[in-house]
Design a protein around this ligand. Structure first.
Ligand SMILES: Cc1cc2nc3c(=O)[nH]c(=O)nc-3n(C[C@H](O)[C@H](O)[C@H](O)COP(=O)(O)OP(=O)(O)OC[C@H]3O[C@@H](n4cnc5c(N)ncnc54)[C@H](O)[C@@H]3O)c2cc1C
Length: 446
């Protein structure tokens, strides 16, 4: 029997089922002190954006409620993390800290330092495969083949504990509002209408998807007008559900469509693999020749893009969906991102920043991959000459214009702005700019 309590430091693993750090704490048998530490400066320059903070607030509230039904609670503190953990250990007599790993470069460095300073153990709640367990890949298909060949073990998805051993006295906790995660001016009505943050919300979303959409996933996943995808991305980002749980629910009964869905989880794994092996790619292109690209500064056009007033209905529909709900369909993300970097020649980093602040699923690994892929400067990227035509993409993937009508009801009327660029001319301009780049200095290889 251990002598001291166990601190379980919650981070992006805001759930009680299939939570390896929590399971290990329960197995240890000592009182458990669940804690969340708000220390956004430690994530600099990628501290959570406004939409993420909104989600986090509600997810922490849900986690606390879930813990309370098990005789426990969530202790909230402000950072710095190391000093806060040290203080908590002193206050509670805890002799070890357990946590589940994060993969952002700044946090890997911080966690290493904490591990060197305190008795601590870390676990994997977020990935099917740890990035360092594989050799380094720059192309998705061989990466995914190797992951599948290795085998994905989902036999370790323990249920939520029914009771958590509590300490004799609880250490003090800040009230949730003291973290000031919610916006001062309430702009979040659209987010509230669209989402239910927390573990129960994640499970509901998974059930909804498994009931029918998964069967048509491959056929419909590119249709923004249909509820065809799982919408689990924010829940996955905050760790309200883990990929092993999704795998365990989908894989045993998967047909071709189910496997198509699981392959998307593979892209999430690949994104984390790349972030781990190429940490500079959050801000700089993986392909160094793109450092020379003649990007343009154009605040007016950037603003028109951000506000959904480009005069291209599919682009504007996506940007307004993002602004209102904190989420955008993947096909439309590709179209709006291509429009920004290729039609407007605005640096992909500007787009990544805007997404970072407005997406509820803003995720450093997935967002970096998505933007570098679209800009053509990342691993396994779309070739530079693949420039999405926003008009034909709309005809193909929103065939009845339902999606556009929903978000841009004034499209086709005099109230709607004229296009801010002519796509055919912009396309030619982009191709000329790309052709002037020095020859590739890196090749896609395994
Ligand atoms: C420019 C750009 C930026 C993006 N930024 C983000 C981001 O910040 N956070 C984020 O989670 N996703 C991002 N994506 C990937 C993708 O658009 C979303 O994961 C997806 O739209 C989420 O919806 P869903 O949960 O219904 O996906 P589903 O189709 O149901 O897929 C299931 C899960 O697989 C993962 N996934 C699916 N597609 C991708 C992908 N292309 N790359 C990585 N993971 C994927 C997600 O975790 C998703 O929840 C970005 C894509 C682009 C093109």
């Amino acid at each position: 029997m251990p002598s001291g309590a166990t601190i379980v430091w919650f981070r992006l693993d805001l759930r009680l089922t299939d939570n390896p750090a929590l399971t290990a704490a329960v197995q240890r048998g000592a009182p458990i002190i669940p804690v969340f530490i708000w220390a956004p400066e430690e994530e600099h320059p990628w501290a959570p954006g406004a939409a993420s903070r909104w989600w986090l607030h509600h997810s922490l509230a849900a986690l606390d409620a879930d813990l309370r039904t098990r005789g426990s609670r969530l202790v909230l503190r402000r950072g710095p993390s190391l000093e806060t953990l040290r203080t908590l250990m002193r206050e509670t007599g805890a002799d070890v800290v357990f946590w589940n790993r994060r993969y952002e470069p700044a946090l890997i460095a911080r966690d290493k330092q904490i591990k060197a300073s305190l008795p601590a153990e870390s676990f994997n709640s977020a990935l099917l495969v740890e990035p360092w367990e594989m050799k380094t890949y720059r192309v998705f298909t061989p990466f995914w083949r190797a992951v599948l060949a290795r085998g994905i073990r989902v036999d370790r998805t323990p249920p939520a504990p029914t009771r958590l051993p509590a300490p004799a006295t609880w250490p003090s906790s800040l009230p949730l509002d003291a973290l000031e995660l919610l916006p001062k001016i309430d702009w979040a009505a659209g987010l509230r209408a669209a989402w239910k943050p927390g573990e129960a919300g994640a499970q509901e979303q998974l059930r909804r998807f498994l009931k029918s959409a998964v069967l048509e996933y491959t056929a419909n996943r590119n249709r923004p007008d249909l509820p065809a995808t799982s919408r689990l991305s924010p829940h996955l980002h905050f760790g309200e559900i883990g990929p092993r749980q999704i795998w365990a629910a989908v894989a045993p009964k998967a047909d071709a469509s189910g496997w198509g869905y699981l392959r998307q989880l593979g892209w999430r794994e690949f994104a984390h693999h790349l972030l781990y092996h190429f940490p500079h790619t959050t801000d700089r292109p993986l392909r160094p020749e793109f450092e020379q690209f003649p990007w343009q500064t154009d605040p007016d056009r950037l603003r028109a893009w951000q506000r959904g007033r480009t005069g291209y209905p599919l682009v504007d529909a996506g940007m307004r969906e993002l602004w209102t709900t904190g989420w955008m369909h993947n096909r439309v993300r590709m179209v709006v991102a291509s429009f920004l970097v290729k039609d407007l020649l605005i640096p992909w980093q500007e787009g990544a920043r805007w997404f970072w602040d407005t997406l509820v699923d803003a995720d450093l690994a997935n967002n970096t991959l998505g933007w570098q892929w679209t800009a053509g400067c990342g691993a396994d990227a779309a070739p530079y000459f693949r420039i999405f035509n926003p008009t034909s993409q709309a005809e193909k993937f929103d065939p009845n214009s339902d999606y556009i009508r929903r978000w841009v009801p004034e499209a086709g009327t005099p109230a709607y702005p004229a296009p801010i660029v002519n796509h055919d001319e912009a396309r030619r301009r982009a191709l000329q700019a790309f052709e002037k780049l020095p020859r590739a200095t890196t090749e896609d290889t395994e």
